[in-house]
Design a protein around this ligand. Sequence first.
Ligand code: PGA
Length: 249
Amino acid sequence: MKLSTVRMESENVKIIKTKNNEELSNKAAELFVQALQRKKQPVIGLATGSTPERMYELLIEQYRAGKISFEQAISFNLDEYVGLSVEHPTSYHYYMEEKLFHAIDIKKENTHIPNGLAEDLEKECEAYEQKISRAGHLDFLVLGIGVNGHIGFNEPGTSFDSRTHVVTLTESTREVNSRFFEKLADVPKEAITMGLSTIMEAKEIMLLVQGDKKADILNKVIHGEVTEDIPASILQRHPNTTVITDIEI
Ligand code: PGA
């Protein structure tokens, strides 16, 4: 596999350029496995969406081949919709079970996803933050990005100081995500997400960006101004972020 690694002069962000989604996913799985094996009890942040799907398949393959184990790992997902049950096929609980958890040896009690059905959502957010903090913060965090620059469900305008919180999804995010639902009206209007401060406390971040439709936003995130209008731009200030992408930038 031929990969080029470029360290930007003006920013912290390291870029790994890949030819296609397969190469991107292989590289992502490689960094994931390194993080998984670096520590006795690694705390890993997980993303949902289309982008990491192939990486999860590759991790399952490696687990089945006896090369890796998740037995000691603790996981925290970035976000969850408000109002969907864990059995709902478009909930992120369901996604994680289906795409990864059912096929590996991670302990159920060590997996964490915000509860979008909690009676008191504010309390749920606080409790989630505390659990992350008690686990010693994230050692490694997988991120995707929305075309509007969101990471997790931190939509444009979210404070850089935010911690786990309830968000109102933008109409553009609801439209983009409606492809997973029967109709737009079924897409929840709210979600719980780790905040940008929570994300920035991860010791290592891996941002996966796939497909030309994200070229504009990726350019802004890497080369543009650090601004709350583009939540992912905060990653320029993170000391250990790697972007893996198949986009020419
Ligand atoms: P995607 O979602 O991987 O399905 O493009 C990324 C995101 O919206 O964060």
